[in-house]
Design a protein. Structure first.
Lengths: 77, 376, 350
């Protein structure tokens, strides 16, 4: 029941933040993870960060997602 | 090692352990996303004959009783009122059609990706009443709570939520008490667990002696979860294993839990198929009743009218496969869905229809001869 | 300041928006044609401005196609509704084995549409037509009241002569035939959907792949014309739509290898974010070809050597089993079927 993805915070202002995924930016509410700061990775679900995760774990999750869905390791461009 | 090699290793180990089982094992995947991801990756095609995966009531749309849908559609049809909802609710049919149908007839129904979007709509349109359909388990409840708090802070008098949140544990416990349902272990929902913590499943392990494994969502992680469950059953154990520690802690996200507690309290709730369960849903607390759409719009819930022949209730409790429903694939398809299990992209019936229909065809073909080897 | 000369239409050079009168068939319509449309698309047929364009016909067969374009937003990274309208019709002709030559352009404009936008779209139409080597020989312009047409709707129709030696059709597909995709999937649909999400939560510059593919298809046919048995562009419904259709109509079992389906990393991220299956997302610059197995590698190589076919990949093969199903061997080695997507994809949230 939960599509949640790890993403990196690139901008933060109070509870509002922008995260980046590839070259897409998404707006996210940090009320559940107020200590998360710019440069940190969070798990995003329905517009909210529900957990802070380490960069290592986040990148590993993406590696698995990409492998399972068939994207190349390196960006094409 | 490639993905396929990794999966093959896990699958081989699973087959080896399963062969040691006395009889078989049935594991319930509580979470709809687990069901869909497993289907999409073809995990079912790799399972041993004697290990069965049952889809559970982890699809919030599927377990929302029809009377709530009717209430939402009724609201949607009112003048000057905007219904905001997550995408999945749009096509679920109530007695009076669906939100999608209502929208095509002129109702102001908007899909939002975040509860805060709904709050923003209320702020930008003070002349309209804005209602948010608060559906989902513990993963989305904090988001609804945050929205209610934000609306209160901003002094919005035109924002309400229709509280339909459900709690996972009561459902699991009710299923375990049902003599018609055989469950040997649970694949616990990954992201609900982020909020409530792995320890939340302790009662399942201790009071009912059932293995519980918390896993991530990708096929490899799901297969690993199944393997751990099978090993436990083979060894006669019942343990709580957290295979997703990178995001799931023992106690969960305390801030999220506090948000829920601040705004909501557990209350009785009507579930499709599971009936009325005590303390299985979330009601708004007295101090936030101003944001309750039931109260503001004086809504009384009607009765459910499940379509005749629809076996969604049995599907979500694992009592039958989607393919066993007489409506599946003939009358009930993703294009013309009858029950919520076919509407929801997390529903078992839609997952089966999209990814496992060939099993029905193969069963027929098997009666006429073995399938030929494929070359890709 | 503009100096008016006798006979020169009175055009307000600062006129910013389309008004209802632009579609009335009178003076403003003429001005629109003269000042905005004709300068960009001029050719002998449009110069004559007859009710119908008249072309000479060679012996053989003609392919004739039409499509309407209602994309929102009108402009998106990688293209716009104009480029889409020309590419779509050119590609529909090309996948029949026809040499696209002439297209029509019908515009339905919303009152209030900015002329600057219209000019950009028409520049796109002209540029894409030039790229494809087709001419816009006839057209129509209508204007509807504010609130209708979402800015602009376009319909294009196209004709082209079917190339000699072409024999395309589902009935020609046999067990062993191979399925080739010309490049990475899902870019167009996701690019457009992300632009729609801009307002709310997501910002992205993912680019649509929209492009006319007649040059690419011609190159492929030049190389192996007898061995190409079917061509299709995977637009609405995505790759899944085409593959499930091929399996159903041929009656054969089609086996696809998920590891062979090309997708760019940014595209995958976007699909994950929106909760969509990339196999079901529209493409506007890709072609699916079914070719005989002995020509498969040559086909892949010739497509890959073309600028629009860089990511070409052989993704699957028809089996001898007759069950009309398309099945995919997933990344993890499981198997499941691919089916035709339901109309509007609702992104999964919860």
């Amino acid at each position: 029941m939960c599509l949640a993805l790890p993403a990196k915070i690139v901008e933060k202002s109070g509870d509002e933040a922008w995260v980046v995924l590839g070259d897409a930016r998404m707006s996210v509410n940090l009320i559940m993870t107020p200590e998360a700061d710019v440069g940190d990775w969070v798990l995003v679900h329905a517009g909210f960060a529900i957990q802070q995760v380490t960069e290592q774990d986040a990148l590993e999750t993406w590696r698995i997602i990409e492998a399972v869905h068939g994207a190349p390791e390196e960006a094409a461009t | 090692m490639t993905m396929r090699e990794q999966m093959a290793r896990l699958t081989d180990e699973l087959h080896t352990v399963a062969a040691m089982l006395d009889g078989g094992a049935s594991f319930m995947e509580v979470c709809g996303t687990h069901t869909v991801n497993a289907c999409r990756s073809g995990v079912h095609s790799l399972m041993p004959e004697n290990v069965r995966l049952i889809s559970g009531p982890g699809c919030p749309v599927c377990v929302t009783a029809q009377r709530y849908i009717d209430a939402l559609i009724g609201l949607g049809r009112r003048q000057g009122l905007t219904v905001t909802t997550y995408g999945d609710m749009m096509r679920v049919a109530g007695a009076g059609g669906s939100l999608e149908l209502a929208r095509s007839e002129g109702a102001d129904v908007r899909v939002v990706t975040s509860t805060m979007e709904a709050v923003a709509i209320a702020r930008e349109h003070p002349e309209r009443q804005v209602v948010f359909a608060a559906v989902g388990f513990e993963t989305t409840a904090p988001a609804t709570a945050a929205a209610v708090l934000a609306a209160k802070r901003q002094g919005l008098s035109n924002f309400t939520v229709l509280p339909c949140h459900k709690l996972v544990l009561p459902a699991m416990m009710t299923l375990l008490a049902d003599p018609d349902v055989r469950i040997d272990g649970f694949i616990c929902p990954g992201h609900v667990s982020v909020i409530i913590g792995a320890e939340a499943y302790r009662p399942v392990v201790e009071e009912h002696g059932k293995p519980c494994v918390v896993t991530g969502f990708e096929a490899l992680q799901i297969m690993q979860g199944i393997l751990h469950l099978t090993k436990q059953v083979a060894a006669g154990q019942a343990k709580l294993e957290n295979l997703y520690p990178e995001v799931v802690s023992a106690d969960g996200n305390l801030r999220a839990k506090r948000l829920i507690e601040e705004v909501f309290m557990p209350g009785d709730s009507a579930w499709r198929a599971l009936g009325r369960m005590a303390k299985s849903g979330l009601d708004l607390r007295e101090e936030y009743m101003a944001f309750d759409a039931f109260k503001r719009f004086d809504i009384t819930l009607g009765e459910d009218n499940d379509p005749p022949g629809c076996r969604c209730g049995e599907v979500i409790t694992g009592k039958c496969y989607p393919g066993d429903c007489p409506l599946f694939g003939s009358v009930c398809t993703p294009i013309y869905p009858i029950g919520p299990c076919m509407v929801s992209s997390e529903g078992s019936c839609q997952a089966w229809f999209k990814y496992r229909r060939n099993e029905l065809k193969r069963r027929k073909a098997a009666q006429t001869g073995p399938a030929k080897e494929v070359r890709v | 300041m503009t100096v008016l000369r006798p006979g020169q239409p009175v055009v307000n050079p600062h006129a910013r928006r389309i008004v209802l009168a632009h579609g009335g068939g009178g003076q403003l319509t003429d001005e629109l044609l003269e000042e905005v449309i004709r300068p960009r698309l001029d050719n002998p047929w449009l110069a004559d401005l007859d009710d119908s364009a008249v072309m000479a016909v060679e012996k053989g067969q003609l392919a004739f196609t039409t499509d309407s374009y209602v994309v929102q937003p009108l402009e998106f990274p990688g293209g716009d509704i104009g480029r889409l309208a020309v590419s779509g019709t050119v590609n529909d002709l090309a996948v029949c084995g026809a040499e696209a030559e002439y297209i029509s352009l019908s515009l339905i404009l919303e009152e209030g549409l900015e002329l600057a936008l219209l000019r950009r779209v028409l520049d796109s139409v002209a540029g894409t037509a030039g790229e494809a080597g087709v001419r816009v020989v006839t057209g129509d312009t209508k204007v509807v009241a504010k609130g209708q047409a979402d800015g602009m709707y376009i319909n294009t129709a196209g004709v082209g002569r079917i190339r000699d030696g072409i024999r395309l059709g589902v009935s020609r597909i046999q067990p062993g035939d191979v399925v080739l995709v010309s490049g990475e999937i899902a870019d167009h649909g996701l690019a457009v959907m992300l632009q729609r999400e801009q307002r709310t939560v997501i910002r992205s510059e993912l680019r649509s792949d929209v492009a006319p593919l007649n040059g690419l298809i011609e190159t492929l046919l030049d190389e192996i014309i007898e061995d190409v048995v079917f061509l299709r562009d995977p637009t609405r419904g995505g790759l899944a739509g085409v593959l499930s259709d091929l399996a159903e109509r041929s009656g054969l079992h089609l086996m696809i290898d998920e590891t062979a389906v090309p997708i760019r990393q940014e595209t995958l991220y976007a699909a994950e974010m929106l909760g969509l299956d990339p196999l079901e997302v529209a493409n506007e610059g890709k072609v699916v070809a079914v070719v005989r197995p002995e020509a498969a590698e040559r086909a892949r190589a010739v497509v890959a050597s073309h600028p629009q076919g860089r990511g070409a990949s052989i993704v699957g093969r028809f089996q001898s089993e007759r069950n009309g199903l398309c099945e995919i061997l997933t990344e993890v080695g499981g198997r499941r079927i691919i089916q035709k997507p339901y109309g509007e994809e609702l992104p999964r949230i919860c």
